[in-house]
Design a protein around this ligand. Structure first.
Ligand code: UT7
Length: 340
């Protein structure tokens, strides 16, 4: 019989979010601006989505995804009082990288002077930040990493066809970031998480590289390559149901009820989807943050932008229970329930 030496018991490590940051382009595009390009109205967009305006990068001036990522992580590091070279890893959730190679995370690491920190991008569309938050949390809990920067950023304005009113009304550009650190207090960190995908539903929201990749539910002649295609109705239906199941699943895993959660920080895809979840769980408005009216759907930037705004408004305090929730292309959906 072989004799095995018992593995050493890993130290019980907690995880804390010690810094946040976000970045929005200066240029604001209102619903009236969109209505001057495609056949729509401010009233229609606001009633169907809750959006009044969005911030959009000025690509002609060289403003893009990388700038927003750098600005958001720099601010998060400043608020955490850390230097970039004190990070072990940078994860960037994004689908709108300025360059296909190298990863945006590597370029951010280079720009901020992160030394030899590992760096990679995580492609899960609007779920990218929350997926990344869960991965980073578990890496720290596992004991191999102590400090990780997680960015969620998208500049979907560069991927949108501004003749397609089904998509161009929705999206804006933004980035947000958090800095996580290991702590001796094991009660701090993620209490429960859920990460899912349904790969068979990818044609509901995707970006074809060329015409041959356009699936049969879309009108090929009207599809622009490298622009986002969305079956809005299907995604809406998926989102309303999944969003609520996700909250229920996460609460059940943690053994908590919705009223025990202090804040819900949710992907801002459509105010009607958020409102349906709020009603189902009886969540008071002040506990479910909404900024979609000011920024639109900013994909992976959405959740960390909301969280940074809440932190800066003094609405997040030590000991609070906060649930992050997101869903998007893939289709993907994910949650992370934290004890702050
Ligand atoms: O970030 C994650 C992924 N994205 C989402 O979560 C988005 C999910 N989907 C949605 O938010 C909604 O489906 C949209 C906002 C995109 C569309 O709203 P809807 O209530 O589902 O509208 P619809 O597609 O059912 O269209 C209703 C009507 C149609 O006219 P008819 O057939 O009733 O005459 C459309 O042609 O509204 C028309 N329509 C518009 N009218 C004015 C569609 N888009 C527009 C528009 N302006 N922009």
């Amino acid at each position: 019989m072989p004799t095995h030496r018992p593995l050493p018991t890993p130290p019980r490590v907690g995880v804390r979010i010690i810094g946040t940051g976000s970045a929005l382009p200066a240029r604001v595009v209102t619903n009236d601006d969109i209505a001057s390009i495609v056949q729509t109205t401010d009233e229609w967009i606001y009633q169907r989505t809750g959006i009044r305006q969005r911030h959009v990068c000025e690509q002609a001036k060289g403003e893009g995804n990388l700038d927003l990522c750098i600005r958001s992580l720099r601010t998060a590091l400043e608020s955490a009082r850390l230097r970039a070279d004190e990070l072990d890893l940078i994860i960037c959730g994004t689908i709108s990288q300025d360059l296909r190679c190298p990863s945006t995370a590597c370029m951010v690491a280079g720009a901020l002077g992160a030394g030899r920190a590992a760096a990679w991008d995580l492609g899960a569309a609007c779920s990218g930040f929350v997926y990344g938050l869960n991965v980073a949390h578990d890496l720290i809990r596992g004991g191999n990493y102590r400090r990780i920067g997680v960015i969620g950023a998208d500049t979907v304005s560069a991927l949108v066809d501004y003749t397609n009113r089904g998509t161009c009304i929705l999206f804006g550009d933004a980035a947000g970031a958090v800095v996580l650190t290991a702590t001796d207090d094991p009660t701090k960190g993620c209490l429960a998480q859920a990460n899912h995908a349904n790969g068979s539903a990818w044609p509901d929201l995707f970006m074809p590289g060329d015409e041959a990749m356009v699936t049969e539910e879309y009108d090929r002649a009207s599809v622009r390559p490298m622009c986002l295609q969305m079956n809005g109705k299907a995604v809406f239906k998926f989102a309303v149901g999944t969003f609520q199941e996700l909250i229920a699943e996460t609460l059940e895993k943690a053994g908590l009820t919705a009223d025990q959660v202090d804040l819900f920080v949710c992907h801002q895809s459509n105010a009607r989807i958020l409102e349906a979840a709020r009603e189902r769980f009886g969540i008071p408005p002040e506990k479910l943050y909404i900024n979609i009216d000011r920024v639109g759907n900013t994909s992976a930037g959405s959740v960390p932008l909301c969280y940074d705004e809440l932190v800066r408004a003094g609405r997040v305090r030590e000991g609070m229970t906060v649930m992050f929730v997101a869903f998007g292309a893939g289709l993907t959906w994910t949650s992370s329930l934290w004890q702050m």
